[in-house]
Design a protein. Structure first.
Ligand code: GDP
Length: 638
C-alpha cells in the first residue's frame, strides 16, 4: 500500500520532516510525499518511528518567554502567542517571563511536555518600565551599524575608528576581524558592527534579529544622497532605529556638506539645525576630523535611548556572522544582547549546538564570560549557524542537540511542504513574464569548503537593480536528493562545482524538473549565472532611429489601396518598422509601416537614395511632403 507521509506525521503528532528523517535513517525509500509498504513492514516502520521520534519533551530555562517557547518548539511566535491568548487566556508579550504552570499548559497545546532548568534564573530585565533600577538592569553600550552608499567611506570610517581607538592601545596593534569591535572612551563604550552594508542589516532583520541600536548613515560630502543612501534611510526607518548622519570626506576640496544637509529633509531626515531631531556630524575618515565628535554624539544618542540590559538575566544574543574555517571548524561571532554568556554553557544557535571550545573578543583575548553588547567569537558548534540566528543556553549537551536537531527537522519539513515546482534557467524568462519572480535562487554544492565560499561569494555579487542571485543553501559534498527537494520547494537551481549529483538526486531532479548544472571552471559558472540574471530582467527597450523618408506622391492602385510613393532621404526604412510622420514639423501619425515595396516587389528594406511605396497601419491620410521618421524598438538589456 502507499502510505502518505503527512498522514503518518499526523498520527505521530510530529512534523512531516521528522517522519522523513526517520525514513531516511531507516533506509526506506520514499519520494518526499509517500512510500510503499505492506502491513508487516508498516508496523515495523511505526515501531521504529516511535523509537526514533522518542520523547516529546523540550528543555527550557526557568521562566521562559513566549519567544523562547517558540524557538524551542520550532513553531512561529504568532502561533505561540495565539495559543496563550485564546487557549490559556494569558496576555503576554514576546519577552514576558512565563510561570511554570503556564509554560506546561502552553507546550501541551503543541503536544509536548516541558522540562524546566532546575536552577531558578533571575527574572529578565524590563529596562524601559523601571528605568533600569530594578531587576539588575544596567546601562549597556550602544550597538552601532554603519550604512550608506558604496564608496562613501563606510569601511574607511570603521577602519579609522578602530585604528584610532583600539589597535594602538591593545596588543601592539593586533586586532582581529570578527565582524564587530568595541571602542572604549572615558564617556563610555560603543560596539560597532563591522560588516557595513545593507544586506547584513536586512538579513538579520529578516531572521527576527534586531541588534542595531543606532544607524550611522555615511554620506559623502562630494557626492550627496545616492540610491543606496535612500535605501539605508528606509532600512533604518523600517527598523525604527535612530539615524546619525556622518557627512564624510569633508577634507575634499569639492566637499559640499551644506548640500547634503539640504537634501536630507526630502527623505524625512530632518537635521537638528532645521528643527528636526537628527544629529549631523561632518567627518573625514582619512584625516579623522570630526570623528571624536561623532563618537560623542553616538554616546549622547545612546543616553537618550536609555539602553539597558540585565547581565544576570536570561541570555539573549544573535549571530553577527559565521563561517567554516580550516582547522578551526565552525566559527561564529555572537553579540550578547542580554544576560551573560559563559564558556561552560551548552548552547543552541539556530539549528546548531555545542559546547564552546573557545570564546574570544575582538582583540583575540580569551574570555570566560561575555555580558550585554559584547561581541565574541565562539568555537565549538557542530555546524555553521546563520547570521541572525538566536543563541540560547540549554540545560545540557543532550538537550542542546535535541533542540537543534528538532529545528533542523522542522525547517526541512517546511521546505518539503511547499509545492514542488521545478525550474530551469531557460524557463526563468517565461516565468518572469507571467509573474513576480525576481530572485534567482541557487543551491551550491562544492568539493571543498574553500570553493563553496568562493563560489558563494562571487555568485552573491551577481545582480542588477531588479534581479538578484540568492544562495539559499550551500555546502560541501555531492548533490543529494534532499538538495533537489529543497530546490523544488524553493524554485532553485542546483549548482555543483567540482562535484556530481548522486544517481538518486538525478532521478529526483528529472521527476521534479529541477535543473542541475555542474561546473569545474568558476568563470564559466559565473558567466552562465550572469546571463541568467540578465535574462531575468524585465526587457527594456530603446528607440533606435532607422532613417527618414519623404512622401512625394499619393497614388491609388485599387479601391482601398493607397500607397505613399516615397524617397529615402536618410538612413533606411524597413518593413514593420515603427514610424512617426510629421507635416511641417507637426506630428500627424504614429504607428507602424504596413507594406514596403520597391518597384512592384515587397522588400524588407529600402536604403538612402531609393524610391519606395509605403502603407501605414490603419492610416491613409498622408500628403505629399510628409516626412516619415522610421525607427525600431531595440531591447537594451538582452
Ligand atoms: P565604502 O564603499 O562606503 O566602504 O567606501 P570606502 O571606505 O571603501 O571608501 C571609498 C573611497 O573613498 C576610498 O578610496 C577611500 O579612500 C575614500 N575615502 C573614504 N573616506 C574618505 C574621506 O573622508 N576623505 C577622502 N578624501 N577620501 C575618503
Amino acid at each position: 500500500m502507499t502510505v502518505n507521509i503527512a498522514d503518518l506525521a499526523k498520527e505521530f503528532e510530529v512534523a512531516p520532516g521528522t517522519v522523513y528523517g526517520a525514513l531516511n535513517d531507516l533506509g526506506i525509500e520514499h519520494d518526499g510525499m509517500a512510500f510503499e509498504a505492506d502491513n508487516d513492514s508498516l508496523a515495523l516502520i511505526k515501531e521504529a518511528l516511535a523509537d526514533h521520534i522518542g520523547s516529546k519533551e523540550i528543555v527550557l530555562k526557568t521562566n521562559p518567554t513566549p519567544r523562547d517557547v517558540s524557538n524551542a518548539l520550532g513553531v512561529p511566535q504568532a502561533d505561540v502567542q495565539k495559543a496563550l491568548l485564546t487557549k490559556l487566556k494569558v496576555m503576554a508579550t514576546l519577552t514576558t517571563a512565563l510561570k511554570p504552570d503556564v509554560v506546561e499548559k502552553l507546550v501541551s497545546q503543541f503536544g509536548y511536555t516541558a522540562r524546566l532548568e532546575d536552577a531558578p534564573a533571575p527574572k529578565p530585565a524590563q529596562p524601559k518600565q523601571n528605568g533600569g533600577k530594578k531587576g539588575g538592569a544596567r546601562t549597556r553600550p550602544p550597538v552601532v551599524t554603519i550604512l550608506g552608499h558604496v564608496d562613501h567611506g563606510k569601511t574607511s570610517l570603521l577602519d579609522y575608528i578602530r585604528k584610532a581607538n583600539v589597535a594602538a592601545k591593545e596588543h601592539g596593534g593586533i586586532t582581529q576581524h570578527i565582524g564587530a569591535y568595541q571602542v572604549s572612551l572615558p564617556e563610555g563604550t560603543i560596539t560597532f558592527l563591522d560588516t557595513p552594508g545593507h544586506a547584513a542589516f536586512t538579513n538579520m532583520r529578516a531572521r527576527g534579529a534586531q541588534v542595531t541600536d543606532i544607524a550611522i548613515l555615511v554620506v559623502a560630502a562630494d557626492d550627496g544622497i545616492m540610491p543606496q543612501t535612500r535605501e539605508a534611510i528606509q532600512h533604518a526607518k523600517n527598523a525604527k532605529v535612530p539615524i546619525i548622519v556622518a557627512v564624510n570626506k569633508i577634507d575634499r576640496p569639492d566637499a559640499n556638506p551644506d548640500k547634503v544637509m539640504q537634501q536630507l529633509p526630502e527623505f524625512n531626515v530632518i537635521p537638528e539645525a532645521y528643527g528636526g531631531d537628527t544629529i549631523i556630524c561632518p567627518v573625514s575618515a582619512i584625516t579623522g576630523e570630526g570623528v571624536p565628535h561623532l563618537l560623542e554624539m553616538i554616546l549622547l544618542q545612546a543616553e537618550v535611548l536609555q539602553l539597558t540590559a540585565d547581565p544576570k538575566g536570561n541570555l539573549e544574543g544573535s549571530v553577527i556572522e559565521a563561517k567554516l574555517e580550516k582547522g578551526r571548524g565552525p566559527v561564529a561571532t555572537v553579540l550578547v544582547q542580554s544576560g551573560t554568556l559563559k564558556i561552560t554553557d551548552n548552547i543552541v544557535v539556530g539549528q546548531t549546538y555545542g559546547r564552546m571550545k573557545a570564546m574570544t573578543d575582538y582583540r583575540g583575548n580569551r574570555m570566560t564570560e561575555a555580558g550585554p553588547s559584547t561581541p565574541v567569537e565562539i568555537l565549538g558548534l557542530n555546524d555553521v549557524p546563520q547570521a541572525g540566528d538566536r543563541i540560547e543556553i540549554a540545560v545540557d549537551e543532550r538537550a542542546a542537540r535535541e533542540i537543534a536537531e528538532k529545528r533542523a527537522t522542522i525547517s526541512r519539513a517546511k521546505s518539503l511542504e511547499a509545492p514542488s515546482r521545478g525550474m530551469t534557467l531557460s524557463q526563468l524568462r517565461e516565468r518572469l513574464n507571467t509573474q513576480e519572480l525576481k530572485d534567482l535562487n541557487l543551491i551550491i554544492k562544492a568539493d571543498v569548503q574553500g570553493s563553496v565560499e568562493a563560489v558563494k561569494g562571487m555568485l552573491e555579487k551577481v545582480k542588477n537593480e531588479e534581479v538578484e542571485a540568492k544562495v539559499i543553501l550551500s555546502g560541501v559534498g555531492s548533490i543529494t536528493e534532499s538538495d533537489i527537494l529543497l530546490a523544488s520547494a524553493s524554485e532553485a537551481i542546483v549548482i555543483g562545482f567540482g562535484v556530481k549529483a548522486e544517481p538518486g538526486a538525478r532521478r529526483e531532479a528529472e521527476r521534479r524538473r529541477v535543473e542541475i548544472r555542474t561546473y569545474t571552471i568558476i568563470y564559466e559558472l559565473i558567466e552562465d549565472i550572469e546571463a541568467a540574471v540578465k535574462g531575468m530582467l524585465e526587457p527594456k527597450y530603446e528607440e533606435q532611429h532607422l532613417g527618414t523618408v519623404e512622401i512625394r506622391v499619393r497614388f491609388q492602385f485599387s479601391k482601398k489601396g493607397i500607397i505613399a510613393g516615397s524617397y529615402v532621404t536618410e538612413g533606411k526604412v524597413t518593413r514593420n518598422a515603427q514610424c512617426r510622420i510629421r507635416r511641417a514639423n507637426v506630428l500627424v501619425y504614429e504607428g507602424k509601416i504596413g507594406t514596403l515595396k520597391h518597384l512592384k516587389d515587397d522588400v524588407k528594406e529600402v536604403t538612402l537614395g531609393m524610391e519606395c511605396g509605403l502603407t501605414f497601419d490603419d492610416w491613409t491620410d498622408f500628403k505629399e511632403g510628409d516626412m516619415v521618421e522610421a525607427f525600431e524598438m531595440v531591447q537594451i538589456n538582452g
